[in-house]
Design a binder for this molecule. Sequence first.
Ligand code: ZN
Length: 240
Amino acid sequence: MKYAILGDIHSNLEALRAVLDDAGRQGVTHYASTGDLVGYNADPKACLQMVRSLDCKVVQGNHDYYAGYNESVELFTPLARKSIYWTRKQLSPFDRKYLRQLPLILDVESFTIVHSSLSNPQRWSYIFRKRAADASFRNQFNPVCFFGHTHVPLAFVKDKTIEKGLYETLHIRPGRQYLINVGSVGQPRDRNPKSIYAIYDLDEQTITLRRVEYEMKETQRKIRSAGLPFRNALRLASGR
Ligand code: ZN
């Protein structure tokens, strides 16, 4: 059984389509998402429809939460804030209810998914360092947990100590725990503009990072014509 793990799609329909095409060619049959389906880019509604049609297991990201509820978005950067206001207007009551009812943490098969961290997930903290990874590991009961939020693919492995590193293919070994960031489908920030996702092969116990080209120019054009901040379009090209 092969799962595609989709992180931070952020309303980028062209990237999502390219990733799903690639996943299909790789023999993926199941889907899970570490959240932030919406925000920043111009296709929130179509992305939500596509994710729902996949029977994808999804957890709630901070953009999903604030697009679903009418709460103050003071804590966001001005760019993200503007995108949230715009996104709220695009979505139907049904879409917004869907975003509100998403869980913060979900166990799927033998692994766990979360947007930010298993330690106080509703505080939306970022895991870049071993210390933050350690706090999450204390609340992790499955061997593998996938997360997103930073938009940077990164692996933490806990044996007696915690190791941190980049990965292309990881072999899951018994007795260890893995906390894996799957990067971002819709707004990569590791200076590589290609869309990113991961495939978890549960039979082989391997996790493979995939990088996929997509029609970025079309995504940028839509951002411009929607009147969303143009910086949202520029950052796609620089992968930041
Ligand atoms: Zn995000």
